[in-house]
Design a protein around this ligand. Structure first.
Ligand code: DX5
Ligand code: ZN
Length: 221
């Protein structure tokens, strides 16, 4: 199953509710929400209060990507705010295992995210307890960067391990995803596609979602 996740990082922050509606109407499966603290990454975006407000005007699945140094401290706030999935970076401070447990115990979906320099094997100890793995295909921090095709061996390695263990874990790719790059990611074994600038830059958003899905499906046929 393929999922498309527009990243609101590329949207107009003065109309977030409206932008979420645009995503839903375009047929997107979820909303990718990038939380940055200006410390783990050199950019600051939004926090739990904004997600809480957004929750009131959108029924979309909220895929919350935490790019923050101290996830253990803030995960409860994001759970309360209405996250449906939370991604924590393996490279952030504190125990990733503890963060995953915290998310799972709240009854929402858990995901571990890997920066480009972090090897595939790093996520293997958590794999049995995860709903998804997020492989960054750019350095986290900003939208509009170029897709790193050299991350595909990492996606393949993680997909092979998921299959070997007979698990049902999604692989999300984030950064530089377009109707062109999505094919390579799907071929490598990814099935959740974050698209920020591609989606919000498209004049026809229904078409953008359809193009992403069709290109992914065609690539694995
Ligand atoms: C980058 C963020 C991405 C970003 C993707 O740190 O995690 O979600 O919004 O933007 P594009 O699709 O423009 O690369
Ligand atoms: Zn992201």
């Amino acid at each position: 199953m393929f999922y498309t996740a527009p990243s609101i990082l590329s949207s107009d922050f003065s109309h977030l509710g409206e932008e979420a509606r645009v995503c839903a109407e375009a047929g997107a499966d979820m909303l990718h929400i990038d939380v940055m603290d200006g410390h783990f990454v050199p950019n600051i975006t939004l926090g739990a209060p904004v997600i809480k407000s957004l929750r009131k005007c959108s029924d979309l699945f909220f895929d919350v990507h935490l790019m923050i140094s101290d996830p253990l401290r803030y995960i409860p706030d994001f759970i309360k705010a209405g996250a449906d999935l939370i991604s924590v970076h393996e490279e952030s401070d504190g125990s990733t295992a503890e963060a995953v447990d915290m998310i799972n115990n709240a009854g929402i979906k858990s995901c571990v995210a890997l920066k480009p320099a972090t090897p595939a094997e790093t996520v293997f100890p958590y794999l049995d307890r995860l709903d998804a793995v997020l492989v960054m295909t750019v350095e986290p921090g900003f939208g509009g960067q170029s897709f790193m095709a050299d991350m595909m061996p990492k996606v393949k390695k993680i997909r092979s391990e998921i299959i070997r263990r007979g698990l049902n874990v999604d692989i999300e790719v984030d950064g530089g995803i377009t109707d062109k790059t999505v094919a390579e990611a799907a071929k490598a074994g990814a099935n959740m596609f974050v698209a920020g600038s591609y989606f919000f830059g498209a004049s026809d958003k229904v078409k953008a979602v359809a193009l992403l899905k069709n290109a992914a499906e065609k690539a694995v046929r």
